[in-house]
Design a protein around this ligand. Sequence first.
Ligand code: ARG
Length: 407
Amino acid sequence: MNDKTIVLAYSGGLDTSVLLKRFILEGYDVIALTADLGESDAIAGGGAAQALQAVREKALHLGARDAVLVDAKQRFVEDFAMPALHANALYEGVYPLSAALSRPLIAQLLVETAHKYGAGAVAHGCTGKGNDQVRIELGVRAIDPNLQCRAPLREQPLSRPDAIAFAREHGVPIAHTAEKPYSIDANLWGRSIEAGVLEDPWNAPPEDAYAWTASPQARPAQPESIVIDFSAGVPSWNGVSGWQLVAALNAVCGKHGVGRIDLVEDRVVGLKSREVYECPASVALIAAHKALERVTLTRDELRFKAQCDDRYAQLVYDGLWMSPLRTALDAFNASMAARVSGQVRLQLHQGSVVITGVKSPLGLYSEALATYGNGDAFDHHAAGGFIALQSLPLETLAHAAQHPVHA
Ligand code: ARG
């Protein structure tokens, strides 16, 4: 293990470029690691490959010993997004955890790259105020506690003017774009937008905060219906599954403005923050998956699973992806996912996704039992006996209150 080799999670932006250069000046051999989690493909667009190659070349140009670009789209969707889908994972009931699910994968990639290059340390550009530092560092420690994990922007916060001054002095290219009004993080499972004018929760999110979801004026006037197939919990649409399914759903649901979320959420480090998200595919898939579970799982499973699902979302949010409780909950979910097969029809219209049909070969819904029409198979007399026994404790209580026994 080489103490002077460090793997840096590298986005190509100003902050991580400055960090890369600073580590080199400190005498480190830097390996820049960039993960493709489908940010640019999320909307089934193009140009992602070239943009990421440019990030890699920038790192090499800045003096990195090597720059590693990992296409992690499939791994992200299969190993992180799908288990989260089976848990219907929504933090505080609404946020599909897009950023939170990506950090343990980034931690895995940092550790794998460190092992490959014999590096003794890894580093990231998260600040000391957010959730992402917690998620990456808990992930790294859980996999290899011998690796040092550096967070230079936590150790010494870097203002934008200082970053620009350092960049000018050391030949770090600065993109000549107007100052970014928001802090953005994106992958196939969703896009998060924070800071700037959004810091005041009374400010409505400006339309320019959104990139994947159409504005109310630009949405199609007519509703559109799509049918998602699930086979043992695995979704597909028109035969497309995996990350390509998520990309395709982001496009079709985003066109109708589905998946906008505006949330004042509780961060791991104790403060509340206002976050805006657009998560077209994940919002639609979770709604569809929940609807199919309602038809295929028993009442007791559904009631108990709802509590587990909420706990699952907390674990993911809090950076505890690597915890054995999460693995155990995955096993619990898998035991039911085997029965979650069928089709769900979704209607997309003007920002909303509405379930308009569910069917399953393994469904527990029985029209013969439920019908108020002809062919009713339900035993109405049995309900009388059920009520007599179910009400027994309550009746006993009421009798006792009416006729107290004075000892
Ligand atoms: N609040 C969200 C979360 O904690 C989004 C974080 C986005 N990260 C970022 N570096 N902008 O999961």
